[in-house]
Design a protein around this ligand. Sequence first.
Ligand SMILES: [Zn+2]
Length: 214
Amino acid sequence: MGNQRATSEPDARIEARRQDTGGAAHVVHPPLHLGHDTRLIVAGPDATPLLACPGCGERLAAIDGAVHAYVGASSACWTRFAELSTTLPGAGTPLRRLVTDAYMVQHPGVPERRATQSVGVHLVALCLVLERGLPPDALSATLQRVLAQPPAWRWLEPPVPNGPLTMSDLATAASLPPPALHDAINGYVRGVWESWAVHHDVVARWVDACVASR
Ligand SMILES: [Zn+2]
C-alpha cells in the first residue's frame, strides 16, 4: 500500500511510478466500471485474482499498487505501461512516440474536467500525426500551442472495445525482432485511433480550431 500515489500528466512517462508486480497479488477496490467487466475473477491453476482493466479490458493480476489520478487504468496495466514507456524499443517506427497518446486515449477514465481535457489533447495528437501528417518530432511543440489556446473540449463516449491491442501485446512484442515489434507498435497506435472512428469528425474540428487559432 505504501507505494500507492496518484500521478498526473502531462508527462506520465516520467511521473508514472514503477511497481514490482511480482509479489503476492491482492486488491480490494476495483476501479470504476467503464464499459468493461471490472469484477474480480479467479482464474488459472494458482487461483491468482485477476482484474479487468477499465480502459483496455485486459485481465491482469489484481495488485494494490500505483494508480493515476484520472487515467482509467488498473494498477497492473498502469504499471506495465510505466515500465514499457521507458523500456520499449522504437523498432524504427516514428509512431513509437504516440504510444503514450494512444494509451491515454485507451484509458479515458470517467467524465470529469481533467480526464476530458487529457483525452481531447491525446486524440488531437493522434489526429495530427496519423491524419494530418505532422512529424511526431514536432508534436510536443504543437501540443503546447494547443494547450495555450484549447478548443472547447467535451467528453466523448469511449468505444468498446477501445483498441484491438493492449500493453500486454507490446510487452510480448518487445522481445520479438524489430519488424514484428514495429508492426505491433503501429498496430497498437492505429488500432486505438481507429476504434474512435465515430468521434473522428469531432476531433478534426478540434484540430481545425487549434490551427485556426494560431
Ligand atoms: Zn489497461
